[in-house]
Design a protein. Structure first.
Lengths: 304, 276
């Protein structure tokens, strides 16, 4: 600040003091639960550390081991990328599709909305237990249904390394309600006049969807995509409860491998290195989405 | 979307019903499996209606795990988290929307940035902090952070406070009302719906949380429902009726809350202002 500037007026000084004071919980929280842990975990990632004895500097050893001596690191990364590449788009499309259905003016819509939304707020542990039963190869409802419609040898789902991840994706479809209500709110805000104008110009239903609906709700698609991306990289509880990584490590996701390293093997330095790699991957993913967003996200109020 | 043909409307209706059935079926299976006698559970093809209806499974399940103890533990964490979150997030949101101060924008943008930070990055040092404080095995690590605010809820409340007109608070200021007085007596009473939304979301995420209790609660007497239920699976894997009964009982409060506060939920999603 320039010393020659006039003194802050009393009101401004008071605002400065009150503003900081009111924001104090977050400022402290940021320092204690974000800034410090961020620095500390970066430091630990270059150390051996078991949370009992003090951390000891080992340089790049953790990273070296991760990349060259831990096949499970690569396996867990590829498991996670599978969920990002397959589970995320399927979930995004399904939640948008259901939101479009719910945006109709038909009777009983409130009931349907409730029904579709409820699974997304059901406790994850309860959901996981329920789906372990539904996906049971012999007794489960899913395979019973598949046999009824003529599938002779339905998959063994959670006990088959090939089908375990698809099984988890299938289960996640039951919980698309969270993304769905966000889409629904956005769909309701698309001005009716735009559709009317498009219809007057002879636009088909598909091109109305393509050229009116999609651009108008693109900020919300962007939001759901970013949140889904971050969530997919941290996929943990379902795998922990339902399969604990198996069979044959087919559901050992990145966050699960990291947790096991940190809290079963107490290799906290190693796990910190994993956490930082996860952070960088998430960051690159988010940045890529942000970079492309200028091309496909349309903000109504934007002045170009 | 007005001039739809009747056949399209019928198709939409049929789809809604069909998918609705698929969404309802797991819930139906949850509740009915819990009411089946053991012999019926492994019956092929499965029975759609429990016979005889084993109401007894519920009281039995509540004794299998110390259900009331776990419920009490969970409720305690939920209530303190809600209190802490409402208190801290509203204060910070007020600062970020109603007071002009240097550094405010920086704080706001750093707050947004923290939302994409994976929890795994801060997990280990945070664990060490609580270990150093001697709080491992207590519920404090699950409660205390709430009093320092959460980025998402601060953001949500800030978006709401921005929509409140400044005239009222300026008038109050001229009448000699303090900043805290404006926050407490003008802004908060106008924000009941937004506060209710934040309270609900906090309650539900604390009720459903699993990773937090898994990290910090190592003593069985301090377990939450999520934790107790997961341990129950690993110990009694095949007792499906018991598992379904406890899962049902754990889910019921959430469904009850949803029905009482449906409006607040729907409002919440529009509140975030993410619509651009």
């Amino acid at each position: 600040m320039n010393r020659k500037q006039p003194r802050l007026r009393a009101q401004e000084r008071e605002n400065q003091r009150n503003g900081t004071l009111f924001a104090l919980p977050w400022l402290l929280g940021f320092a204690i639960f974000i800034a410090y842990p961020l620095c500390a975990s970066l430091y630990y990632s270059f150390c051996t550390y078991d949370a009992i004895r003090p951390a000891r500097w080992v340089g790049l050893q953790n990273y070296q081991r991760l990349f060259f001596e831990d096949p499970l690191f690569w396996k867990s990364l590829s498991n996670t990328l599978y969920m990002v590449a397959l589970g995320l788009p399927i979930g995004l499309v399904a939640s948008l599709g259901i939101a479009m259905l719910l945006n109709q003016k038909v009777r009983g819509i409130a009931l349907y909305r409730t029904l579709y939304y409820l699974p997304s707020i059901t406790p994850v542990v309860a959901t996981s237990i329920l789906w372990m039963w539904l996906l049971n190869p012999e007794m489960g409802l899913v395979n019973l249904f598949l046999k009824r419609v003529g599938v002779a040898n339905p998959p063994a789902w959670l006990t088959d390394p090939f089908w375990s991840k698809p099984a988890l994706i299938l289960m996640s479809l039951w919980g698309v309600g969270g993304g769905m209500v966000i889409y629904l709110a956005a769909l309701k805000d698309v001005p009716e006049a735009l559709y009317e104008a498009a219809a007057l110009d002879g636009a088909s239903r598909w091109s109305q969807f393509r050229h009116v609906t999609l651009p108008m709700i693109s900020p919300v698609i962007f939001f759901n995509l970013i949140m889904g991306l971050i969530g997919s990289f941290q996929y943990f509880t379902q795998a922990f409860v339902m399969t604990n990584g198996g069979p044959q490590d087919s559901t050992t996701f990145y966050a699960l491998h990291l947790f096991n390293k940190a809290f079963l093997d107490f290799k906290m330095g190693y796990a910190s290195a994993m956490a930082w790699i996860l952070f960088l991957i998430t960051l690159v993913g988010a940045l890529l989405v942000f970079r492309t967003s200028a091309r496909w996200v349309y903000y109504g109020g934007e002045v170009k | 979307m007005k001039q739809r043909s009747p056949s399209l409307k019928l198709l939409a209706h049929l789809l809604l019903m069909g998918i609705g059935l698929l969404f309802a079926l797991p819930f139906y299976w949850l509740v009915t499996t819990a009411l089946k006698p053991d012999t019926q559970i492994f019956q092929m093809p499965p029975a759609w209606i429990p016979h005889p209806v084993m109401w007894n499974n519920y009281p039995k399940a509540l004794h299998y795990i110390p259900f009331w103890l776990y419920t009490g533990n969970t409720l305690k964490i939920c209530l303190f988290s809600v209190l802490g979150t409402l208190f801290s997030c509203s204060l910070v949101a007020y600062s970020l929307s109603k007071i002009r101060w240097r550094g405010r924008d920086l704080v706001f943008y750093s707050l947004l940035a923290t939302m994409i930070l994976p929890g795994q990055v801060t997990m280990i040092p945070t664990f060490t902090i609580f270990k150093w404080l001697g709080w491992i095995g207590t519920s404090l690590p699950l409660i205390v952070p709430a009093f320092f605010g959460s980025a998402f809820h601060i953001f949500l409340l800030r978006q709401f406070f921005m929509t409140l007109p400044n005239e009222l608070s300026e008038a109050a200021k001229i009448d000699g009302c303090s900043e805290f007085g404006i926050y407490w007596r003008i802004v908060l009473p106008l924000s009941k719906s937004a506060m209710a939304t934040v309270g609900l979301f906090t309650f539900i995420s604390a009720w459903n949380d699993f990773l937090g209790p898994l990290l910090y609660l190592n003593d069985e007497s301090s377990y939450t429902l999520s934790m107790g239920l997961q341990r129950f699976v690993s110990q009694h894997g095949a007792e499906w009726s018991m598992l379904m009964a406890t899962s049902t009982v754990m889910t019921l409060p959430i469904i009850a809350i949803f029905f009482f506060a449906q409006r607040t939920f729907i409002q919440g999603t529009t509140l975030t202002g993410i619509k651009g």
